[in-house]
Design a binder for this molecule. Structure first.
Ligand code: C2E
Ligand code: CA
Ligand code: CA
Length: 723
C-alpha cells in the first residue's frame, strides 16, 4: 500500500513537475481510493460487525457477572444473618460493645460493604439511635440492608434493634463497568488487529491484483500486440478465481486482437476499394471534362470555368480575357501529312499554350485546331487589362511560331488569335466565346499570325458575313450566279483567251464582289461547290463558243481554282470527267492556282499538277509575288505561266520597287520558259512598259473589263480586231 502511494507520488511528480498542491491532491486521491477500496470496505464491515458482537458479548457477560455478584452478595448476607445475627444480638443484650465492634468489623471485611451499624429499637418498632457503627455510612450511593436483631430467651423473642449493612452499590457497578470496558478494549484491539491483518492479506492476494488488472485494462491498446493482462502473480496449482479472470481476459484479448486484425484487414480492403472507386470516378470525371488527345480541358469544362470566372469578375470588379486561338493552315497540314503528324503537332501546341500562361489560366481545346485560353484577373482598369491580355496573347503567338520538330521534320506554324475582355455588361459565356471567335476570324482575314481584339462592330460584320454566306448558298441553289469573262490579250494585241470570274448579284445589295465572298466561302468550304459550278458553267460556255466558231483552237479560258477545291479528294478525275462530258479538250482550259495550294504539302500538289498537265491541262500561278512566292517554289512547281499581281502593275509608273519586282518576275518567267501574264493593266503607260519588256499577256481594264458571256462574245469574240 505504501509502495503504491510512493509510486503514485512519483508519478504525480513526473506529471505535474512536482507541484506541491498537486502532489498532495494525488496522495489524497490515492488514500481516498484505498479507503473506498474493497479491502477497506471489508475491514469496515468486519469492524462494525465484530464491534457489535463484542458489545453484545461483553454486555451479556458483564450483566451475568453483575447478577452473579448480586446473588453472591445476597447469599453472603443470608450467611451473615445466619452466622452473625444471634451473636450480635447476644453482644447487644450483654452490652458487650467490644465484642459487638469485632463482629461488625468482621462483616465490614466483605466486599461492597461500606459500613455496618446497629441501631436500637425505637418507638413503634422503627429504627432508633445508632448503638455501634463501623465504616463510612454517609457516603452517597449506598443501599441499606436491614436485618432485625432478636434475642431469644426462654422461647420468647425479644426484638433488640436492627443490623444495617450499608452496601456500596456504586462500587459494584463500577466493577461491572470496568470489566465491560476491559472486555471491550481487549476484544476491540483484537478485532482491529485481525482486521488489519485481513486487510493486508486481502490486499496481498486479491485487491492488488485487481488494481494491477484495472491498470492493465486501462492501458490496454488494441493496436499493441504485446499488451497483456498477465499481471505478475504466482499461480497456485490450477489457479484461483483471479487467475481465471486473467485467463478469461487473455482469451478476450486474443479474440479482440484477432477481431481487430480482421477489422483492420477489412478496413484496408474497404479503403483500397474506396480509393479505386474514387480513382475511377476521377478518371471518368477527367474524361468527361478533358480532351482525349491533348488532355486539355474540353468545351464542357471551359463553359463551367467561364461561367464561374464571369460571376467572380462581376462580383469582384476584376477583369479577365478570353482568347480564341486557331492554328493557321493546320487543316492543310493535317490533310496532307496525315493525322499522326497532325496529332503530334496539336499535342505540342497544347503543351506550349499551357506552359506560356499562368497557373490560374485555363487552356481548353474545342476540337480540331481550335484552342481557347481563359485568363481571369488581369486587372481592374480596361486599358490595363487589354495591355496584359495583349502581352499574354503575343506570348501565345510566339510560342506557336517556334519551329516544331515531328519525326525529324521541322514544321513552322502560326496562330491567329482573337481576344475579348470580360466582363461586359450582360455578356454570357456564349457571347464571350462568340466575340473571341469573331476577333479570331478578323485576325485570319488580316493575314493570319496576328492577335486581334474584339470590337463590337466586328461582330456586326461577322453576322453580316454569315448572312451573306447563307444567301450565297441560296443563290447557288437557285442558279443565281453568273460568270464574267475578262479578255487576255497578247503582246501583238490578239485575244488569247479570257479569265472566268464569278459574279453574284444579291437580290437586295446588288452586285457583290467575289473578293468579298470568295474568302468567306474558302473558310466555310462552300467554295468547293461554287468552284465546281463555275467550272461546269465555263466548260459549257467554251463548248458553245467553240462549236459556234467564236473561240479558236488556240484560245483558252482560265478558271480560278481555290486551294480547298484543288486539294479536294479526286479533283483530277472530276475535272477530266467534266471536260469529257462537255466535250472540251484540256488545252482549252487553264487553271489559276495560288501558292495556297502548295502550303502544307507541296509534294502532293506537285503530283496532282503533273497528273493534270500530263493530260493537257495548263496551270497559271495567280497573284504571283504576293505570298511566299519564291524561286524554290517556282523551280519545283510544274506551271505553264504566272500572273503578276495587280498591285505591282498598279504602281509601275510611280514605284521603282514595283517596277523592279515586275522586271524580276519577267526575267524569272523567261528563265523558266513560263508565260507571264500581267493583271490589272489600267493604263496605256502600264501596257507599254510591260510590252517593252516582252510581257506575253496583258489583262486589265485598259484592255477590257470582265463581261458576261453574251457581252464578252459580242465585244471580243465576234470582233476580231482589238483596240
Ligand atoms: P483574281 O484571280 O486576281 O482576279 C482578277 C481580279 O481583278 C478580278 O476581280 C477582276 O475583275 C479584277 N480586275 C481585272 N482587271 C482589273 C484592273 O485593270 N484593275 C483592277 N483594279 N482590277 C482588275 P474580281 O472579279 O472581283 O475577283 C476577285 C477575286 O475573286 C479574283 O481575283 C479571284 O481570286 C476570286 N475569284 C473570282 N472568281 C472566282 C472563281 O470563279 N473561283 C475562285 N476560286 N475564285 C474566284
Ligand atoms: Ca485569277
Ligand atoms: Ca490575280
Amino acid at each position: 500500500m505504501l509502495a503504491d502511494i510512493r509510486r503514485a507520488d512519483g508519478e504525480g511528480e513526473g506529471m505535474a513537475g512536482g507541484a506541491q498542491g498537486v502532489r498532495g491532491a494525488g496522495r489524497l486521491d490515492r488514500l481516498r481510493g484505498i479507503a473506498s477500496g474493497l479491502g477497506a470496505r471489508l475491514i469496515a464491515l468486519m469492524l462494525v460487525a465484530s464491534t457489535a458482537i463484542t458489545f453484545g458479548v461483553a454486555l451479556t457477560e458483564v450483566l451475568a457477572d453483575y447478577r452473579a455478584d448480586v446473588k453472591e452478595l445476597d447469599a453472603d448476607l443470608e450467611r451473615i444473618g445466619r452466622a452473625n445475627l444471634d451473636p450480635i444480638a447476644l453482644s447487644l443484650w450483654n452490652y458487650d460493645d467490644a465484642q459487638l465492634k469485632l463482629q461488625l468489623d468482621g462483616i465490614l471485611q466483605r466486599p461492597y460493604v461500606a459500613a455496618v451499624e446497629v441501631r436500637e429499637r425505637g418507638e413503634g418498632g422503627a429504627d432508633g439511635a445508632v448503638r455501634a457503627r463501623v465504616g463510612e455510612a454517609d457516603r452517597p450511593g449506598l443501599r441499606a440492608e436491614r436485618m432485625p436483631l432478636v434475642y431469644r430467651r426462654d422461647g420468647e423473642d425479644a426484638p433488640l434493634g436492627t443490623l444495617r449493612i450499608l452496601l456500596d452499590q456504586a462500587a459494584m457497578q463500577k466493577v461491572a463497568r470496568d470489566r465491560a470496558v476491559n472486555i471491550l478494549l481487549t476484544q476491540g484491539s483484537i478485532t482491529l488487529l485481525i482486521g488489519l491483518a485481513l486487510l493486508l492479506i486481502v490486499r496481498q492476494i486479491i485487491t492488488r491484483h485487481l488494481s494491477a488488472l484495472a491498470k492493465a485494462a486501462t492501458a490496454f491498446d488494441l493496436r499493441d500486440p504485446s499488451a497483456s493482462f498477465r499481471v505478475r502473480r504466482r499461480r497456485h496449482g490450477r489457479g484461483d478465481e483471479i487467475d481465471r479472470v486473467i485467463d478469461a481476459l487473455e482469451v478476450m484479448r486474443t479474440s479482440l486482437h484477432r477481431a481487430y486484425r480482421d477489422l483492420e484487414d477489412a478496413n484496408a480492403e474497404l479503403q483500397a476499394d474506396i480509393a479505386a472507386r474514387l480513382r475511377a470516378e476521377a478518371t471518368a470525371d477527367h474524361l468527361a471534362n478533358h480532351d482525349a488527345l491533348t488532355n486539355l480541358p474540353n468545351r464542357r469544362l471551359l463553359y463551367q470555368r467561364l461561367a464561374h470566372e464571369l460571376a467572380v469578375a462581376e462580383r469582384s470588379g476584376t477583369m479577365g480575357a478570353m482568347m480564341f486561338i486557331d492554328l493557321d493552315h493546320f487543316k492543310t497540314l493535317n490533310d496532307a501529312r496525315g493525322h499522326s503528324i497532325g496529332d503530334a503537332v496539336l499535342i505540342e501546341m497544347a503543351r506550349r499554350l499551357k506552359s506560356s500562361l499562368r497557373e490560374i489560366d485555363l487552356v481548353a481545346r474545342l476540337g480540331g485546331d481550335e484552342f481557347v485560353a481563359l485568363l481571369p484577373m488581369l486587372g481592374e482598369l480596361r486599358e490595363r487589362v487589354v495591355q496584359n491580355a495583349r502581352i499574354a496573347a503575343e506570348k501565345l503567338r510566339a510560342a506557336v511560331a517556334e519551329p516544331i520538330v515531328v519525326r525529324g521534320e521541322v514544321f513552322r506554324l502560326s496562330a491567329s488569335i482573337g481576344v475579348t475582355v470580360f466582363p461586359e455588361s450582360g455578356g454570357t459565356p456564349e457571347d464571350l466565346i462568340k466575340h473571341a471567335d469573331t476577333a479570331m476570324y478578323q485576325a485570319k482575314s488580316e493575314g493570319r499570325n496576328i492577335v486581334h481584339f474584339f470590337q463590337h462592330d466586328l461582330l456586326k460584320a461577322m453576322e453580316e458575313r454569315h448572312a451573306l454566306e447563307s444567301d450565297l448558298r441560296q443563290a447557288l441553289e437557285d442558279g443565281a450566279l453568273d460568270v464574267a469573262y475578262q479578255p487576255l490579250i497578247d503582246i501583238r494585241g490578239t485575244l488569247c483567251g479570257a479569265e472566268a470570274l464569278v459574279r453574284w448579284t444579291h437580290p437586295q445589295r446588288g452586285p457583290v464582289s467575289p473578293a468579298q465572298f470568295i474568302p468567306l466561302c474558302e473558310e466555310s468550304g462552300l467554295i468547293v461547290q461554287i468552284g465546281d459550278w463555275v467550272l461546269r458553267a465555263v466548260l459549257r460556255q467554251v463548248r458553245t463558243w467553240r462549236t459556234d466558231g467564236l473561240l479558236g483552237p488556240d484560245q483558252y479560258v482560265s478558271v480560278n481554282i481555290s486551294p480547298r477545291q484543288f486539294r479536294q479528294q479526286g479533283f483530277e478525275d472530276q475535272l477530266m470527267a467534266a471536260l469529257h462530258e462537255a466535250e472540251v479538250p484540256p488545252s482549252a482550259l487553264v487553271l489559276e492556282i495560288t501558292e495556297g495550294v502548295v502550303l502544307g504539302d507541296i509534294d502532293s500538289a506537285i503530283e496532282r499538277m503533273q497528273t493534270l498537265r500530263g493530260r493537257g491541262v495548263r496551270f497559271f500561278i495567280d497573284d504571283f509575288g504576293t505570298g511566299y512566292s519564291s524561286m524554290a517554289y517556282l523551280k519545283r512547281l510544274p506551271a505553264d505561266g504566272l500572273k503578276i499581281d495587280k498591285t505591282f502593275v498598279r504602281d509601275l509608273g510611280s514605284d521603282a520597287d514595283d517596277a523592279a519586282i515586275v522586271d524580276a518576275i519577267l526575267a524569272m518567267g523567261r528563265h523558266f520558259g513560263l508565260t507571264v501574264v500581267a493583271e490589272g493593266v489600267e493604263t496605256a503607260a502600264q501596257a507599254e512598259y510591260l510590252a517593252a519588256r516582252q510581257c506575253a499577256v496583258l489583262q486589265g481594264y485598259h484592255l477590257g473589263r470582265p463581261a458576261v458571256a453574251a457581252r464578252f462574245a459580242e465585244s471580243f469574240l465576234r470582233r476580231r480586231t482589238l483596240v
